[in-house]
Design a protein around this ligand. Sequence first.
Ligand code: NOJ
Length: 550
Amino acid sequence: MGMGLSDLWYENAIIYCLDVETFNDSDGDGIGDFRGLTQKLDYLNSLGVTCIWLMPFFPTPNRDDGYDVADFCSVDQRYGSIADFVEFTREAAERGMRVIIDLVMNHTSNEHPWFQSARSSPDSPHRDFYVWRTDDPGDTSDQVVFPGKQEGIWSFDDVAQAWYLHHFYDFQPDLNTANPAVRDELRRVIGLWLQLGVSGFRVDAAPFIINHVGVPENNYTSEPHLFIQHMRDVLSHHKGDAIFLAEVDEGPTIIAEYFGGGNEFQLLFNFLANRSLFLALAEESADPLLSGLKDIPKVPDTGQWVNFLRHHDELNLSRLTEVQRQTVFKAFGADESLQVYGRGLRRRLATMFGGNRKRLEMAYCLLFSLSGTPMLFYGEELGMGENLDLPERMSVRTPMQWSAGQNGGYSTAKPDDLVRPMVTTGKYGYRRVNVLDQRRDAGSLLNWMAQLIRARKECPEFGWGVGEPVSTNAPTVYAQRNEWSDGGVAVAVHNLSRQPCEVTLDLPADEASQLLCLFADATCNTADPVPPTFTLDGYGYRWFRVGGFR
Ligand code: NOJ
C-alpha cells in the first residue's frame, strides 16, 4: 500500500513516557518545566530513546495529575509557554526523536470554560458538550473506574440542577463526543499540536470515549467506532506518519476492534501481554506467557502493540482470575498498602523485585524482545522506587532522580516547595539511585539499559518482523524467534526462574547451527556459534542473531 519504513517508524520505536512536571525544574520553583526537559534531551537521546510520550501538560487544576484538562490548546504556565514547548519539539526533532502527547478526549476538568458554560444554563451553547440527565440515576457504584474513590458515574450539579456523566472522578465530566460540535473542537486540538511539532497522541481512556452511555438515542447517534475513524482521518490528513497510541484495557476480541483493520488506532498498549507477563514472572514459569500470547489478536499491517512492564498507573490485574491475581499480589505486593482499587499494585518494578538486578535485567530484556514496540516509564532505566505515602497511583510518579545532590538534582527549590516529594531515604532514595552515579559506573543498570536498547535497535525483527514462540524442554524458559522479510532472524531466550536450568531450543537445524550471541547475561561471551543446548543462570537470558550481525 505504498507505505515506506519511515512511515512505520512507530513499529520499531523506543518509547519513553515522562511527565514534564516531575522531570527537571529549570527555574527553581519546585515544578518541572519544558526548559528543564529540553536540557535533558541529550540524556534521552544517548540512552537510545526515539519517541518521548508526554503526560498531560495543559492548564489544569491538577486534581488527577493533569488528566483533568481546563484548556486543550495551551501549556500550563507552571511548565512554561507555547514557545518553550515548540523549542522542545524542535530540539527533539533535531536529535531524531519524536514526541507524542496525551490527548484526553473523554472528559475535561469541571473548571474547563465549556463545563462552566454548560452548567450555567440549559440554553448554553456548551450544554450538549456534556452528558446530562434530570432523573435520579440510582446506584451506579458498580460502574466506577476507581472503586473506593468514587461513588458512582453520575453526579448532581447544583448550578445545572441536573446529573452529569463522569466515568472517572467527579471533577472530570465526560464530553459528549457524539456531538459534532465537540468533534469539531477536538479536530482543531489535534491539528494544533501536530502543527506545533508532535508526531501523534496517546489517546486516554479510548473505550470510554465511544461509550455513549446516557446520550439520548436520537442525539447524533452513529456507529461508535466511526468517531475514531473520523479522528484518525483528521490525524492522517494533517500528517501522514502521525500516530495514535490508544489506551484500551479490554479482552482480546474487543481490543482488536480498535485497530479497525488499519483505519483506527495504529498502536495499542499491550495490556494483554502485560498481565500474562506479570503472572509468568510471579510463577517463574513460561506457561502463563505462552497461553496469554496465544490469545493476542493479529495486528493489521500498519498496526503494532506497545509492550510495557510498568507505566504511570497501577499494575491493573483485574482481568486475571482471583487465584491468579492473588499469586501476583503474593509475589510482588502482599501488603495492602502496596495495592489499590482492590485490583492493582502501585509499585515500580525495581521494588517489586526487591532490587534484584538479575531479575530486572531478565524482565526488561524479555520486554524488549516481545513482538512490538517497547516502552519505558521514566526512571525505570535507573531502577527507581516509589513513595507509598502519596495517594493512589501518585506513588510511582515521584520526581526523576538525577544526582545525589539537593533534591536529587531535580530542582533547587526547598524540599517543601516541590510539586511532589522526592524518594529521599532508603535503598531507592536519590542518594543511592541516580543518573550521575550510574553514568559513572560502567556496570550500572543505566548503562546496561543503554546496551539493551542498542541491541534492540540491532534487531528490527522484534518490531517489524513476525514472532513465534520456540518450543523448549524447560518450563521456566520463554524463547521466541522473530523473522523479518529481509531474511533476518533473531532468537531471544529468557529464564523466568531464579533456578538455573539447561535448555534445548527446538529450531530448524540450519538455524540451530548458526546462533551467534548478540546480547546476554555474563554467561555468553563466545564469538563462535552457540549450540542449541546450553545452560542458563537463574534469570539468565540470551539473544541470538542467526548467521551473524547485520
Ligand atoms: C487513564 C490515565 O492513564 C489515568 O492516569 C487517568 O486517571 C485516567 N485515564 C483519566 O484520564
